[in-house]
Design a protein around this ligand. Sequence first.
Ligand SMILES: *Cc1c(COP(=O)(O)O)cnc(C)c1O
Length: 376
Amino acid sequence: MINFNVPPFTGKEFDYMREAVENEKICGDGPFTKKCSEWIEKRTGTAKCLLTTSCTHATELAALLAEIKEGDEVILPSYTFVSTADAFVLRGATAVFVDIRPDTMNIDETLIEDAVTERTKAIVPVHYAGVGCEMDAIMDIAKRHGLMVVEDAAQGIMASYKGRPLGTIGDFGCFSFHETKNFSMGEGGALLMRDEKYIEKAEIYREKGTDRSKYYRGQVDKYRWQDYGSSYLPSDMNAAYLYAQLEMADEITQTRMNRWNEYWELLTPLASEGRIELPYIPEECEHNAHMFYIKTKDVEERGRLIDFLKKKEILSVFHYIPLHSAPAGIRYGRFHGEDRYTTKESERILRLPLFYKLTADQTEYIADQVKAFYRQ
Ligand SMILES: *Cc1c(COP(=O)(O)O)cnc(C)c1O
């Protein structure tokens, strides 16, 4: 059976986790946490990176720093994972969904401005599949209306838009290191801040509302309760697992990219015949091979293809159920404008297995089976 996902593992993880244990520092903000955040800062050029317990928590931190309050509105796509909305709804905001572009499945930047009201506080673009949203247009709207931009870059590490790393363009960027992402620590994430002025507040919110981060650096002689907050820092054992992969980030990305390109080449004939659609990568975007998907004719054909592949021992999956159609989405949000593509395109998408350990032979076998389905 070819699983849909296998968590990334390079071989060094056990050594580093053992080292974390032997350091006798397994709580948060130990040596490996520091190594990981410094690596991310160096690679992305962000002013500050804080490792978190998840991308969901990184987004919650961003919502706190953006001072999202009851009655505020936040603009985001409906075609996304729940966390994108959760973090803001938790602060009492209304999720205002706008339609996606069918080519990249990202928020349609041309529809955002029409959804802005005097209650709007932030725009939350999601870089689906590690393919950047049209950030120039989005940043321009944000600037003209005085809005914050929080990038859901959960899938976007190592990818860029016009040469700028995803997660570093908006006020805040959020990465995920869940086991399904390109690099993992089991559960984990990171908050990236463009402006240094947020660092102190972010550290306090992340450390239960205390200035413990300053205390650890020897900047204060005791730490005290300064503000509200929560516990958003991961164990150093998890950071140790992640660091093994960050060290091999280029190799992991290249390996994924090879598989992605193989899928692309092998499935192009089917796409040329108009049987399926393949992902679209805009010229200004460099992606990170986070995901390989195809689009079937409709939901019925997708169901038959999933069953066909399962019989061939291949697990393929789809997502997301558009948030605006889900119970909480109806309660906490509204769709602005027409749903031309969100529902329709979400019913056509099928994700094929793509993970670090996937082999070229497996990729070829999977592509062959997709072709067999359409040729039967
Ligand atoms: C994975 C993912 C998240 C959530 O990440 P966690 O680390 O599991 O909290 C949020 N948004 C998107 C788009 C994702 O793909």
